[in-house]
Design a protein around this ligand. Structure first.
Ligand SMILES: Cc1cc2nc3c(=O)[nH]c(=O)nc-3n(C[C@H](O)[C@H](O)[C@H](O)COP(=O)(O)OP(=O)(O)OC[C@H]3O[C@@H](n4cnc5c(N)ncnc54)[C@H](O)[C@@H]3O)c2cc1C
Length: 487
C-alpha cells in the first residue's frame, strides 16, 4: 500500500478484517502522532489547517493561481489528511452514479441494488455508527435542534450534516465532535489481531515491471538512501496528485516518453459567507455544542448548502457560516507529469480550466446565498457581493474574512456578511484524473499497463457530483478489499 491516509489505512484495515496477510503500508512522511486536529485547541487547529503545518506539502505548480495553490496540498505524515478532515459524509448523488460515468456494477453496489448485499454506503455507515455510538446523521444537541427548526420554519429543508464523528473531550475542557480517522481505527483492537506494518519516511518514487509478474517499487528515505521492494500487488493510495504522478511516470516510461497528460481533473465549486448578527435575532439555546446543518441539492443550483452556527467571541453576537458546494461541471482541467533532467525528478503541473458552465454554477450559488442573507439574516441581499469574476480570481479568501467577521461588532454597526470563495483545490476534493474505466485505469481500479497496480481514492472517481468524497473513498476501500482478497 502506498500512502497511509484515509484511503490507504482504511483499505489496510479492511484487508486485515478479511484475514489477508502480507500487507505493508509505505508512508512518505513521518509518524508525528495520531491525534486528529480537532483534539487540539481551536486556535492550534485553525493554524494547523490554514497556516502553520510542518507537514503541509505541495509538490506541484498551477497555471492558474490561486487555484490548486492556495491551501491545496498534502499533509505528509502518517494518517495524511484523515487527521485534518471534517468528517462530512455524503454519498455521491444517485443521478450521478446512474449517469453512465461510473462502472455499472460498482454503481449498483454503491446504490444497494444487489439482492443479497447491503449497499456499500450502508455498510460503511454502519461501521462508522458502531465506532461513534450513533448514526452519522443524528441531531447533535439542543443548539442543532434549534437551528434545524429555525431554518425549517423559514422554508429550508435542512437536516443534521451527516458526519463521521463522535463527541470527545478536548484540551479546552469541553466536548467536541472529533472526526473518525483510520489511524485510531488501525490502533484500536482488531477482531483477531493480524498486524500489518506501517512504515513512515518511505517515499515511493517509481514502479517498474519485475520478474515473475512482481512489481519493483522504488522507495527513497529522508537520509538519501533508497531501496527496491518487490510486491505482488501495489495499491496507490497517495492522494490524487501523487497517484497521478506515479502512474504518469509509469505510463511515460512504459511508452518511452518524457511526459504524460491526464484530463478530467475536477474539484468542487465552493463559496459562502460569515454572518455576524445581534444575538437576539438568533435566540439559540445557551448550551455549548455544534450546530451544523445541510440542505439537500435543489435544482436551482445543484449545490448543497451548509449552515454552521459557530462560537462567537462576543456574547451579544451570533456568528454563522453558510456555504455552498457544487459539482464542477467542466472536466477540461488537466495534469501534466514531466521528467526533469538531469535530476530525474517527475514534476507535476496542474492546468485548471474554469468553464462558462462553472460560471453559471457560481452565479446560481451566489443568487441562492443572497436570498439566504435576506431571509435568514434580514440583511439586504446586495450585501452578498460575490460574482463569477471573484471565483475566477479566487478571492476574497476565508481566513481574511473570518478575521474581519470576528472584529465586527453588530451591536454598534448592525448585522453584516463577509463573503468568501474557496479557490479550486483548496477544499482538498481534487479528483478524477485516473477515472475507473478511463484510459489509464480499468473499471476495477487496475492500471491498464500494469494490472498488479491498483489506484484508490478520489483520483478514480469518474464523476464526483457535489458530495464530499470520503464516504465514497471508504466504500471503495471495502469493494477493493473484497476483490483483492479474491485474488
Ligand atoms: C481541512 C480538511 C477538511 C476536509 N474535510 C472533508 C470532509 O468533511 N469530508 C470529506 O469527504 N473530505 C474532506 N476532506 C478531504 C479528505 O481529507 C481527502 O479527500 C482524503 O483525505 C483523501 O484521502 P487519500 O487517502 O486519497 O489522501 P490522503 O489522506 O492525503 O493520504 C495520502 C497519504 O499518502 C502519502 N503519500 C503521498 N505520496 C506518497 C508517496 N509517493 N509515497 C508514499 N506515501 C505517499 C501522504 O503523505 C499521505 O499520508 C478534507 C480535507 C482537509 C485538508
Amino acid at each position: 500500500m502506498v500512502g497511509s491516509g484515509l484511503a490507504g489505512l482504511s483499505l489496510a484495515r479492511e484487508l486485515a478484517d478479511l484475514r489477508t496477510d502480507g500487507v505493508v503500508v509505505l508512508e512518505a512522511g513521518p509518524d508525528r502522532g495520531h491525534a486528529h486536529k480537532e483534539l487540539l485547541t481551536r486556535d492550534e487547529s485553525l493554524r494547523l489547517w490554514h497556516t502553520e503545518d510542518p507537514d503541509f506539502h505541495r509538490n506541484w505548480t498551477s497555471d492558474l493561481p490561486p487555484h490548486y495553490l492556495h491551501s491545496s496540498g498534502l499533509r505528509k505524515r502518517l494518517g495524511g489528511r484523515s487527521l485534518y478532515w471534517h468528517g462530512v459524509c455524503l454519498p455521491i448523488e444517485e443521478q450521478v452514479l446512474r449517469s453512465g460515468a461510473w462502472p455499472t456494477a460498482l454503481a449498483a453496489e454503491l446504490l444497494g441494488e444487489l439482492p443479497s448485499r447491503e449497499s456499500l454506503y450502508d455498510q460503511v455507515a454502519k461501521r462508522l455508527e458502531d465506532w461513534a455510538g450513533a448514526p452519522v446523521s443524528h441531531c447533535r444537541g439542543t443548539r442543532e435542534r434549534w437551528l434545524l427548526e429555525h431554518l425549517r420554519t423559514l422554508g429550508y429543508p435542512v437536516d443534521p450534516t451527516p458526519q463521521a464523528s463522535r463527541s470527545e473531550r478536548v484540551p479546552e475542557g469541553e466536548n467536541r465532535q472529533v472526526p473518525f480517522t483510520p489511524v485510531t481505527h488501525w490502533n484500536g483492537p482488531l477482531p483477531e489481531p493480524l498486524p500489518y506494518p506501517v512504515l513512515p519516511d518511505c517515499l515511493v518514487t517509481r514502479m517498474q515491471a519485475g520478474s515473475g509478474g512482481l512489481v519493483e517499487v522504488t522507495v527513497e528515505r529522508p537520509d538519501g538512501s533508497s531501496a527496491v521492494l518487490l510486491a505482488e500487488q501495489v495499491v496507490l493510495a497517495a492522494g490524487t496528485f501523487e497517484n497521478t504522478r506515479l502512474v504518469g511516470r509509469l505510463l511515460a516510461e512504459t511508452h518511452g516518453r518524457d511526459f504524460w497528460e491526464f484530463g478530467n481533473l475536477t474539484d468542487h465549486v465552493n463559496q459562502g459567507f460569515l454572518a455576524v448578527v445581534p444575538r437576539e435575532s438568533m435566540p439559540y439555546p445557551p448550551e455549548a455544542g455544534r450546530a451544523f446543518c445541510v440542505m439537500p441539492m435543489l435544482d436551482v443550483c445543484n449545490s448543497y448548502v451548509f449552515f454552521d452556527l459557530m462560537e462567537s467571541p462576543r456574547p451579544d453576537a451570533a456568528l454563522v457560516g453558510v456555504w455552498t458546494m457544487g459539482e464542477q461541471v467542466s472536466t477540461e482541467s488537466r495534469v501534466r507529469v514531466e521528467r526533469v533532467s538531469p535530476q530525474e525528478q517527475w514534476e507535476l503541473k496542474v492546468q485548471p480550466v474554469i468553464s462558462p458552465a462553472d460560471d453559471r454554477t457560481v452565479e446560481r450559488q451566489a443568487n441562492q446565498l443572497a436570498e439566504i442573507v435576506e431571509r435568514v439574516f434580514r440583511i439586504e441581499r446586495t450585501a452578498y457581493t460575490l460574482r463569477k469574476e471573484d471565483f475566477r480570481e479566487g478571492r476574497p479568501l476565508y481566513l481574511q474574512q473570518l478575521e474581519a467577521a470576528l472584529e465586527h461588532d453588530p451591536a454598534s454597526a448592525g448585522g453584516a456578511v463577509f463573503p468568501y470563495v474557496y479557490p479550486l483545490g483548496s477544499v482538498d476534493h481534487e479528483a478524477g484524473t485516473l477515472a475507473l474505466g478511463g484510459d489509464a485505469v480499468d473499471e476495477h481500479g487496475s492500471v491498464r499497463v500494469m494490472p498488479q497496480v491498483l489506484v484508490l481514492g478520489p483520483a478514480v472517481f469518474p464523476r464526483q457530483g457535489a458530495a464530499n468524497p470520503s464516504l465514497t473513498t471508504l466504500a471503495l476501500a471495502k469493494w477493493y478489499a473484497r476483490r483483492l482478497r479474491q485474488r
